[in-house]
Design a protein around this ligand. Structure first.
Ligand code: 3PG
Length: 394
């Protein structure tokens, strides 16, 4: 029963959404759990008396092709108006409560890990302003963790072929650019400002999809971009420590992550690698791409000098900060990728917005970031816009 009701419109989304959403939408499309035969009779009984929401049904049809009927059935069951009395198996409320608890745990873990990453990342960048190296170390740490996990069989290694790695390449290029651009941004401006601008990612997604791919959206989606763009613009215009490189870094990161989602949707068609392993492969390939650029842009000489300065100012605990930002970067991404095996892209995008609120608020408190009321208002409008966008895309 639960497989029929827990993620209704998961398969119904074709998204270029908030970071990673497209990728997960695709992964979900290719790894649909079969509907247990034992659940069919009870569903058939109850669904015959349910009133349906046609939007979900039609979008499911559009996406899933040959599994059309099964998915239509699954959406109908979920989207039903339960105001009428229907016979529901006794175990459903418990299981759905358990599912909610599980998702809650995923979200709490994801946000907590992300907050810790952002704090240590900024502490490191304040003392050691070399974002190309710290970005490389984050990817190296994640790659090492996963290679070791596969070697000692804590995690099952992915079954990949040349086609998989070829299709991963453009995704990894976009991931690398998005990651390094966000880190460069955070080395120049407050963490909160970077995340306010990053909350504008849906606007990039819609604009790229509309003007480069020719996709169209409901009018409400376009309207929802107004508060996103307006809120980000207001926050940027009133940011006390505005810096153009920091602003552009966050904007480039947004654009790169939109392309990452588009490439991942196209490239991963027909593949099935778990969320955790997909992210591991992405880290490894991104590391290979980024390393030569990091050496070219910054290089060992400035790193060595900067490292000595940081150690002399902070002490040996600086090494722990670097380790923490690297490990937590991998962990938060891994949990977010794993959580998408459990939640719909829409839930994911809302969770990602909530994550940004956690990061913005906690970083303002921890780093005593000065915020003017008008600046906070801009951030709030932008965040509200992302919620409206999520609803409009539904
Ligand atoms: C990065 O360094 O990759 C960015 O901070 C990622 O940001 P996001 O996961 O919050 O989009």
């Amino acid at each position: 029963m639960i497989s029929a009701v827990k993620q209704p419109s998961t398969t119904a989304f074709v998204v270029n959404d908030i970071a990673r959403t497209g990728l997960f939408a695709l992964r979900r499309k290719i790894s649909l759990p079969p509907l247990p035969a034992s659940t069919l009779p009870s569903l058939l009984c109850s669904s015959s008396r349910l009133s349906l929401k046609p939007m979900c049904v039609s979008s499911a049809r559009k996406v899933v092709g040959s599994r059309d009927e099964e998915l239509q059935f699954r959406c109908e069951a979920y989207e039903a108006d339960r105001s009428e009395k229907v016979s529901v198996p006794a175990e459903e409320p418990q299981s759905s409560a358990a599912q909610k608890v599980k998702i809650g745990i995923y979200f709490a873990t994801w946000w907590a890990l992300n907050v810790v990453f952002n704090i240590y990342n900024k502490k490191v960048l304040n003392a050691f302003p070399f974002p190309w190296l710290t970005s490389t170390l984050s990817l190296a740490c994640g790659s090492l963790i996963m290679l070791l996990s596969w070697a000692i069989r804590i995690a099952e290694s992915p079954k990949t072929d040349l086609d998989f790695w070829k299709s991963l390449f453009p995704v990894a290029v976009a991931h690398t650019i998005g990651h390094v651009a966000a880190t460069v941004s955070m080395s120049k401006v407050a963490v909160s400002f970077t995340h306010i601008i990053k909350s504008g990612e849906p606007a990039f997604s819609v604009l790229v999809s509309r003007f480069l791919l020719g996709e169209t959206f409901p009018v409400s989606v376009y309207w929802s971009l107004l508060p996103i763009i307006g809120g980000c613009a207001l926050a940027a215009a009133t940011e006390l420590n505005f810096n153009m490189i920091g602003f552009m870094g966050a904007m480039i990161s947004n654009l790169a992550f939109v392309f990452r989602n588009i490439f991942s949707k196209r490239g991963m068609k027909g593949k099935s690698v778990s969320g955790m392993n997909y992210y591991a492969c992405l880290s490894i390939m991104s590391l290979l791409i980024l390393t030569p650029f990091a050496i070219a842009v910054e290089g060992p000489q400035v790193w060595a000098a900067g490292w000595e300065t940081a150690i002399s100012q902070i002490g040996p605990q600086f090494i722990w900060w670097v380790a923490a930002q690297s490990v937590f970067y991998h962990l938060y991404n891994q949990v977010s990728y794993m959580s998408l095996d459990e939640i719909s892209p829409l839930t994911f995008s809302i969770g990602n917005t909530m994550k940004r609120i956690s990061v913005i608020v906690s970083s303002i408190i921890i780093f005593h970031t000065p915020v003017q009321p008008i600046n906070a208002l801009g951030a709030a409008i932008a965040i509200l816009g992302t919620f409206l966008y999520s609803q409009a895309k539904q």
